[in-house]
Design a protein around this ligand. Structure first.
Ligand SMILES: C[S@@+](CC[C@H](N)C(=O)[O-])C[C@H]1O[C@@H](n2cnc3c(N)ncnc32)[C@H](O)[C@@H]1O
Length: 238
């Protein structure tokens, strides 16, 4: 949902078709029942069946991630948590960067996680909600929210959870392959539970991060890239 300009402009066609199917049949393309008790989870569950076929492709994403390797600064041996992994389009690439360290990849949509697990990626997958399910304390060197942060229903709670999951000095990264203006405009045009989802901009980040015990280190917001990096301030876990 957060590809570069041009790619995103194509997306509403399949997006609406998928949501319409879910609303009318209660099931996805391949006949799984969706979890309709939570509209957000149901929304992403319904997208899971065709997520891998949609742009940006896994290849495009990982090429773009490779181009930002210096910024990402992932190192062998690190423990990395990928929040909102979807079907794991980026997970294998991340796992290769930190091996022999581990990637734990989580998502709150069971069908997304099920599809990621079937790919035999050398990573650990779990279905959980970063806003409400407590993450392991002090476990991760890096927490990456790639194309997912705007969708967290309680961003302050997610940040506190992420902060306590980081080792002291650990880094949280929020990354999109487009700028905030494009992402926020795109979501505002979607008819569904993500309609009001926003990626915070500029000065909005500092108080959000500070409340979680995180300190902003880098904020880049340009047309083709959003990259926010914050560190867990020792002794100030949220
Ligand atoms: C736009 S998709 C991106 C998926 C994947 N990162 C990618 O780029 O292909 C956003 C993902 O975030 C997940 N998500 C949204 N809110 C979440 C939450 N509170 N906890 C865990 N995952 C969440 C959704 O289920 C969805 O798979």
């Amino acid at each position: 949902m957060h590809g570069p300009p041009g790619v995103l402009d194509e997306m509403p066609v399949w997006y609406y078709a998928c949501i319409n199917r879910m609303m009318t049949t209660g099931s996805t393309q391949e006949g799984f029942r969706v979890n309709t008790s939570d509209r957000r989870i149901a929304f992403f569950d319904a997208l899971a069946a065709q997520w891998d076929d949609e742009e940006p492709s896994s290849r495009t994403m990982t090429e773009r991630l490779s181009q930002q390797a210096d910024l990402l600064d992932l190192r062998p041996g690190q423990a990395l948590l990928e929040v909102g992994c979807g079907t794991g389009k980026t997970t294998a690439w991340l796992a290769a960067q930190v091996a022999p360290g581990r990637v734990t990849a989580v998502d709150f949509a069971p069908e997304m996680v099920a599809r990621a697990e079937r790919k035999d990626i050398d990573a650990d997958f779990a279905c959980l909600d970063v806003c409400s399910n407590r993450l392991d304390c002090g476990r991760y060197d890096v927490v990456l929210c790639f194309h997912s942060f705007p969708h967290f229903r309680d961003q302050a709670a997610a940040l506190k959870n992420i902060a306590q999951a980081l080792k002291p000095g650990g880094r949280m990264i929020v990354m999109h392959l487009a700028g905030s203006a494009h992402i926020n405009r795109f979501h505002a045009g979607v008819d569904g539970p993500v309609n009001h989802d926003v990626l915070p901009v500029g000065a909005e980040w500092e108080p959000l991060l500070a409340a979680a015990g995180l300190k902003q280190v880098t904020l880049m917001d340009r047309e083709d890239l959003f990259f926010l990096e914050a560190v867990h301030e020792t002794g100030r876990a949220g």
